[in-house]
Design a binder for this molecule. Structure first.
Ligand SMILES: [Zn+2]
Length: 277
């Protein structure tokens, strides 16, 4: 994967260099698969596992970028967004002239699937919360709820390092349907019947619920602009995150696009500068 600067108003665009530079745009309607990760398709060309990279791009405030790939999948790295954050910060970012545009939520939108729920509601900034439900002795040992107001909490410090996770027995099932073939303890937290099996343990006490927030941020960033609003997920995942983004786009009275002439007018500007460098 190669990340290249892009002009103002380009958005996030994936380019498959192995397929005559075919273009796949980041947009909610382009999502073709949400089994375990989020896959985009355009004109028969796919780009898989886009959510952790998109989450990092939201966290760093990157609106315009060319993501060149020489195969179908965004590298999984360590299963979190942190390697993308670190690499981008090591080369630096550039402010562009166009004012940042935000998707502002004007009324509550919710989608459900069985007991699972995902919703967006108005908020002067960006807040994300998640409730994780799992009846399992290992999950029971760690926090299952988290809420982040990103005017107060640094995404880079508190969320970006949370890795993907899963029960080892589900992993075997995923292999059977030809998914997660590259999954290992290098890029995910593995859980057996009684414990986290990674030698290094967890990066945060609430790493599981934080990863769900990381995923939701990435999936919602397919909207193309950062959000002024509040997200809440209850047992939700990539499928509901995408349904929520698509439902929002269909309900035109539920949102508008706003920008601010100067940063001082911006309500609850997300904390983009991490406290540790
Ligand atoms: Zn994830």
């Amino acid at each position: 994967m190669t990340l290249r600067p892009a002009d103002e108003n380009t958005g996030i665009v994936f380019v498959r260099s192995d397929l005559q530079n075919a273009i796949v745009r980041a947009r909610p309607s382009g999502v073709s698969d949400t089994t375990l990760s989020t896959t985009l398709s355009e004109n028969g060309v796919q780009v898989a596992t886009v959510e952790h990279l998109l989450s990092a791009l939201w966290g760093l405030g990157i609106d315009n970028l060319i993501v060149e790939l020489n195969s179908e999948e965004v590298p999984i790295m360590d299963g979190s967004a942190a390697p993308f954050v670190d690499m981008i910060r090591s080369v630096g970012m550039k402010s562009q002239k166009a004012p940042r545009a935000f998707v502002r939520i004007k009324r509550e939108i919710r989608v459900t699937q069985g007991e699972a729920l995902a919703l967006l509601k108005p908020f002067p900034g960006f807040k994300a919360s998640y409730t994780f439900v799992a009846d399992h002795p290992v999950y029971d040992r760690y926090p299952k709820e988290a809420e982040f107001d990103f005017a107060r909490v640094s995404y880079v410090d508190e969320v970006s390092r949370a890795r993907s996770f899963g029960l080892i027995r589900d992993l075997n099932q995923a292999r059977a349907i030809n998914r997660c073939l590259g999954s290992s303890l290098e890029n995910a937290v593995g859980i057996d019947d009684v414990k986290v099996i990674n030698e290094e343990g967890l990066r945060y006490d609430d790493e599981f619920v934080k990863h769900k927030v990381l995923d939701a941020i990435g999936d919602l960033y397919l909207l193309g602009q950062p959000m002024l609003g509040e997200f809440h997920g209850y047992m939700s995942g990539h499928t509901l995150n995408n349904k929520l983004a698509q439902a929002l786009l269909r309900c035109e009275d539920a949102w508008d696009v706003v920008s601010f002439e100067n940063d001082a007018e911006m309500p609850g500007e997300p904390v983009l500068i991490p406290s540790t460098v």
